[in-house]
Design a protein around this ligand. Structure first.
Ligand code: SOE
Length: 381
């Protein structure tokens, strides 16, 4: 029997447009989802580029104005994969038009923007989700299950780092396509809203709310040429950001993100230390979870390196045979699968827009603490 079709309109044909498009295409091949996702329209300002993207990914149509996309009666879902400064306007209009809305992270450039997005989505009662994809790495899901089962006992420490090195050159311009993450007006902030936001979303999912933070940030290269104006302009983003946190459960958090860690391309690592057991995960080895349990028999006690490829591991029964791994793009496929399944039963799993706002409250507090040099309270969403 054929499944009901769900027409998707994706805004943005960059890196994230590709990850989302790939997810919609792959998901029905591997998951028994209740809808057939249809790549109905790709929307981007440059028609030639949008048409090239349409060809590559098999979209049925092209729009160059997101307002037109939202007006279309044949679109059920608006998926925002465009730069951060476009999220609020598009998400609010899409919600008001009654569409389901998915949005790339971070939800807004700051919490004030995200608050308005959340209000619009909740007032309209439309399904919504933020693409914090690392929640859907099977090893990270297993970590969440182990913590939920109480295996770690009381949690003492949560440590996360997200290290990159792609902006070290002082000759790299800011702004424009591919480099908008360096332009504060477009991105909202630097690594705090980009990389730390991932760490914070995963941390709060695994270890609960963050109550207060103290932080330092640094902008190592103070001026860069702007790709759009051609002028040398002040850099407004944070290149590196580190913060200490107190979680509501009494544990301590230690977070770091930078784009100046020579040699590291996307090294997202996290470690959780509990009373009985500890967990370590590393994005460069994403199919493994390191687990140490103090309750193991003394002679055999040690770090286990669990290869997350078995059919009883989260999501893995949908892929290959035990021992064969999956990667980065599959996290987006998992998120699409969970979204489609949730949509059919009217229960969309997180991260919701409200969860996205919760992360933005933390990133705002981190930036405020870096300015004040004090501990800042974090608002709860
Ligand atoms: C930045 O380089 C970036 O692409 C982030 O924007 C993504 O969210 C992260 O997953 C990888 O790094």
């Amino acid at each position: 029997m054929s499944k009901p079709r769900l027409n998707i309109g994706v805004v943005g044909y960059g890196f994230m447009g590709r990850t989302h498009s790939n997810a919609y295409r792959r998901v029905p091949n591997f998951f028994d989802v209740p809808y057939e996702p249809v790549l109905k329209a790709i929307c981007g300002r440059n028609r030639a580029r949008a048409e090239a993207f349409q060809q590559t990914w098999g979209y049925e149509s092209v729009e160059t104005d997101w307002r037109k996309l939202i007006e279309r009666k044949d679109i059920d879902v608006i998926d925002i994969a465009s730069p951060n400064d476009t999220h609020a306007e598009i998400a609010i209009a899409a919600a008001q038009a009654g569409k389901a809305v998915l949005c790339e992270k971070p939800l807004g450039r700051n919490a004030a923007e995200s608050q308005v997005i959340v209000e619009a989505a909740e007032k309209a009662g439309v399904p919504n989700m933020v693409w914090y994809n690392y929640r859907r790495v099977p090893a990270v899901v297993l970590a969440q299950e182990l913590i939920g089962e109480g295996r770690l006992g009381r949690i003492f420490h949560y440590r996360a780092k997200f290290l990159q090195d792609w902006t070290i050159s002082k000759d790299l311009p800011q702004g424009g396509e591919g480099l908008w993450r360096l332009d504060v007006a477009v991105a909202g902030s630097g690594v705090t809203g980009d990389l730390l936001a991932h760490c914070i979303d995963t941390a709060m999912w695994l270890n609960g709310a963050i109550d207060s933070v103290t932080a330092v940030t640094e902008t190592f290269i103070k001026e860069r040429q702007h790709a759009l104006t051609g002028k040398v302009e002040k850099v407004g983003i944070d290149d590196a950001s580190e913060f200490l946190a107190r979680f509501a459960n009494g544990s301590l958090g230690n977070f770091e993100a930078t784009r100046y860690a020579r040699g590291h391309k996307a090294l997202y690592t996290l470690e959780i230390n509990g009373e009985h057991a500890s967990i370590i995960w590393d994005l460069h080895d994403l199919h493994r979870l390191q687990y140490f349990d103090h309750r193991d028999e003394g002679r055999l006690r040690g770090w286990r390196s669990i290869h997350i490829t078995d059919s009883d591991h989260p999501y893995m029964k949908h892929w290959w045979v035990p021992g064969l791994q999956i990667g980065y793009e599959h996290t987006f496929v998992h998120q699409a699968a969970d979204f489609l399944s949730g949509l059919a039963i009217g229960k969309i799993p997180g991260p919701s827009f409200r969860d996205g706002l919760a992360t933005d409250y933390v990133t705002d507090a981190v930036l405020a603490a870096a300015r004040s040099g004090a501990w800042e309270k974090v608002k709860h969403a």
